[in-house]
Design a protein around this ligand. Structure first.
Ligand SMILES: Cc1cc2nc3c(=O)[nH]c(=O)nc-3n(C[C@H](O)[C@H](O)[C@H](O)COP(=O)(O)OP(=O)(O)OC[C@H]3O[C@@H](n4cnc5c(N)ncnc54)[C@H](O)[C@@H]3O)c2cc1C
Length: 320
């Protein structure tokens, strides 16, 4: 899965899978493969604990990013997800990285749901344009001085036109992180996430952190709206999340009748309606329901109205 590409932690050695010939095929109670499965599960839990402990330390590390000035980051890769949406990975310069590593450990300290601001000079004029983007990568990446953003490019968009001209290796200026979203483990019984298009960006890290936390009992519903089925972003990540007991997913396709959907996905034709939301909201207690919204202005307004109609408390609704 892409989101786990980075390995910044020192982890215990992974148990080696036995060879098929190691099994005597006598249905032993302690078969070499059942021992392996148990050890593998123990190892996975240990890795998660190590990471959790490291994460706590990471939050105290000095950051490379600044809220008060722009820092240049180098574009190191571009991954096209659809014809107009791509993932751009940035990294601090090799020189900054070496200088910093010699002095101390560092991180970018971008918390879940926070965004960065990117600036650029537009055309030949001195006019500066800045736009917000929400990193989708997690703290492991941030400890390497890397972050990734998922960006949709608009045909007549000012920043989009600049982004289209990017080539690998160039430097782009970022500042941040900004945003006041805070999540506390097990504070809610359920989190309902309503998003459209690239609005999935702030949800990804939250979902990953909840599903990979053994102590979490919070249930998540991801309601994802796109015009066409092919426009669904981050499919691999969503199918990984779907393997967990506390994650449910439903895609709403608004402008076509979806065909050939991937195995196990719930895909419906139409919009996310007030009825859909009222039904989800009613599954758990109102004061233990958190609703997160991220999409276009109209989408956000509609979703907020719908959840307010369902009785969700104002403090439990967050629009990114
Ligand atoms: C907190 C925050 C976080 C954000 N995170 C992300 C992110 O992670 N990924 C991302 O792709 N964008 C994100 N955005 C939106 C982003 O900041 C820009 O608005 C977007 O990239 C368009 O900028 P532009 O200069 O290319 O287009 P503009 O020049 O601003 O707009 C030109 C035209 O593009 C179209 N357009 C622009 N934005 C939208 C939109 N959201 N929906 C529909 N049509 C639109 C409209 O037709 C508009 O008239 C975020 C915005 C905020 C406020």
């Amino acid at each position: 899965m892409r989101m786990s590409d980075f390995t910044g932690f020192v982890l215990p050695p992974r148990p080696e899978r036995p060879d098929d010939s190691d099994c005597c095929k006598s249905d032993c109670e302690m078969c070499v493969f059942s021992v392996y499965d148990t050890k593998l599960a123990e190892w996975e839990k240990l890795c998660r604990d190590v990471k959790k402990e490291e994460y706590r330390k990471v939050l105290d590390l000095p950051s490379v990013l600044s809220q008060i000035k722009y820092t240049p980051f180098q574009l190191v890769s571009i991954l096209a997800l659809t014809s107009d949406t791509k993932i751009y990975r940035f990294q601090i310069s090799e020189k900054d990285r070496t200088d910093l590593k010699n002095k101390h450990s560092f991180s970018l300290n971008i918390e879940i749901g926070q965004h960065l601001i990117m600036k650029n000079k537009v055309g030949s004029s001195d006019c500066i344009v800045s736009r917000a983007y929400t990193p989708i990568s997690d703290l492991e990446a941030h400890m390497q001085g890397c972050f990734e953003v998922l960006i949709k490019l608009y045909p007549s968009g000012k920043m989009s036109n600049y982004i289209k001209s990017w080539t690998i290796g160039e430097f782009v200026h970022w500042r941040g992180p900004f945003g006041d979203f805070k999540y506390s483990a097990n504070k809610y019984e359920q989190v309902i996430m309503c998003c459209a298009g690239t609005g999935i960006a702030p949800m990804l890290r939250l979902i990953k952190s909840i599903v990979e936390d053994d102590t979490e009992e919070t249930f998540m519903h991801l309601l994802y709206s796109c015009k066409k089925y092919e426009e669904m972003l981050m499919c691999d990540e969503i199918s990984y999340f779907r393997t967990f007991w506390n994650f449910s997913f439903c895609m709403f396709v608004t402008q076509e009748n979806p065909q050939n959907v991937r195995y196990g996905e719930t895909v419906v034709q139409g919009r996310i309606t007030s009825d859909v939301l009222a039904k989800k909201v009613s599954e758990k207690s109102l004061d233990k329901t958190l609703v997160l919204i991220c999409g276009t202005e109209t989408f956000n307004k509609d979703m907020k109205n719908f959840v307010q109609e369902s009785g969700v408390l104002e403090n439990n609704i967050y629009v990114f």
